[in-house]
Write a protein that binds this ligand. Structure first.
Ligand SMILES: [Zn+2]
Ligand SMILES: [Zn+2]
Length: 394
């Protein structure tokens, strides 16, 4: 099966490059993936795959039936949205839309997903079970997965695979990780209510700016003294507003930030922990506070068995040299984790980096580029892993 998958993918490669370049030059922002979704639906239909459009707002679902030997359903998740960035590459297929760019490689993901659908549809009679392709919108704003889930994306799904491009690894390589891959990311807003007064008479006021500074300092110190250092927490206050004039004590401060963590238990306890610290700082000085803690996405916890399938896929397809067992998780976040609340899954990193003599820009950079040979690696890895999943338990 592996050699058939490789042969078909190689014969499709020129078409896949065209698809990727078309998608790259026509990026669409989160929640506005209308043309991309129509394009995806067209390609899927042309492979004989049953398509549901307007799924999860601007998402597309494709259902591919295997030969029925295995009754389990495998989902493959692909994200399609681009970023509000002005593209500064000199590619001939650079974005034709000012201020919008595929700088996170979701054009590559979409191409790899379509390529996988094309390859597996040609081999459907030998594919033991069914596959559901989830082309989701709005990953960059961490909402697309919940839109897809609300429309039943994971209904009857037994397992799910996903991928993300990874410029730190050279093209042809694949990175996998057992357990934690990415962090939980939440939003926090803290409002401090003091009492204004004359800058010369602090004892007759409640200084919200000074209290806010204590809150920030105490939170950062408390991380190092009360959180398990093996279960990292990163709290970044990225925005702070308050005060009216240099000689007036501020009555209000509003600050907002992001809270990242890796361990699910730590993640579960963060709102209560933050509330206790803020209360302990504010109460002695009679300041009032409000905390708006919004959970966005949990951490991606890759399932061991499914990661093992990815590992053996890569060892067989690419040899040990191109397989990287990643030693560290990322404190970045992925809404792929929301699907994992419904079924086990595993997400891999697709190397897209150039050899060291060419610059490699990070994700979300206005000059981000990929080595297109990675598309071949992505399709073969995903298609063969899907086949192996259905083979595995038979
Ligand atoms: Zn991104
Ligand atoms: Zn991304």
């Amino acid at each position: 099966m592996l050699s058939e998958i490789k042969d078909i993918t190689e014969s499709l490669f020129p078409r896949l490059i065209k698809i990727r370049r078309h998608l790259h030059s026509h990026p669409e922002l989160s929640g506005q993936e209308y043309q991309t979704a129509a394009y995806v639906a067209d390609v899927l239909s042309s492979c004989g795959i049953q398509v549901q459009e307007n799924f999860g707002k601007t998402g597309v679902v494709g259902n591919l039936n295997g030969n029925g030997t295995d009754t389990r359903l495998l989902a493959i998740r692909i994200d399609m949205d681009a970023l509000p960035i002005d593209e500064l590459t000199d590619l001939e297929f650079a974005s034709c839309k000012p201020g919008i760019m595929h700088a996170c490689g979701h054009d590559v993901h979409t191409t790899v997903g379509l390529g996988t659908a094309m390859v597996l549809s040609q081999l459907a009679e030998r594919l033991p079970g069914n596959i559901r392709f989830l082309f989701q919108p709005a990953e960059e704003i961490a909402q697309g997965a919940s839109w897809m889930l609300r429309d039943g994306a994971m209904h009857n799904v037994n397992a799910i695979f996903g991928l993300h491009v990874f410029p730190s690894l050279q093209a042809r390589s694949v990175g996998i990780r057992y357990g934690t891959l990415t962090a939980a990311a939440d939003d926090i807003e803290i409002f401090i209510q003091g009492e204004s007064g004359h800058g010369a008479r602090p004892h007759k006021a409640i200084d919200a700016i000074w209290i806010a500074s204590q809150v920030i300092t105490t939170l950062q110190q408390a991380i190092s003294r009360t959180q398990n250092p093996l279960h990292p927490v990163v709290l970044t206050i990225g925005q702070i507003n308050g005060g009216h004039a240099p000689n007036i004590i501020a009555d209000q401060v509003r600050m907002s930030g992001t809270v990242r963590s890796l361990h699910p238990d730590t993640h579960a306890n963060l709102p209560q922990w933050i509330e206790e610290i803020v209360a302990n700082v504010c109460n002695p000085y009679r300041a009032k506070y409000e905390i708006d803690y919004r959970r966005r996405v949990p951490s991606v916890q890759n399932n061991i068995e499914l990661t093992r399938i990815l590992e053996s896929t890569c060892r067989e397809a690419w040899g040990n040299e191109y397989l990287h067992i990643l030693s560290e998780p990322s404190l970045g976040a992925e809404d792929f984790s929301l699907y994992l609340e419904h079924a086990p899954g595993s997400m891999f990193r697709l190397g897209v980096g150039f050899p060291p003599d060419k610059p490699n820009y990070p994700l979300h950079h206005s000059q981000f580029e990929i080595d297109e040979s990675a598309i071949l690696t992505g399709v073969i890895t995903l298609a063969y892993a899907a086949y192996k999943y259905h083979q595995y338990f038979i």
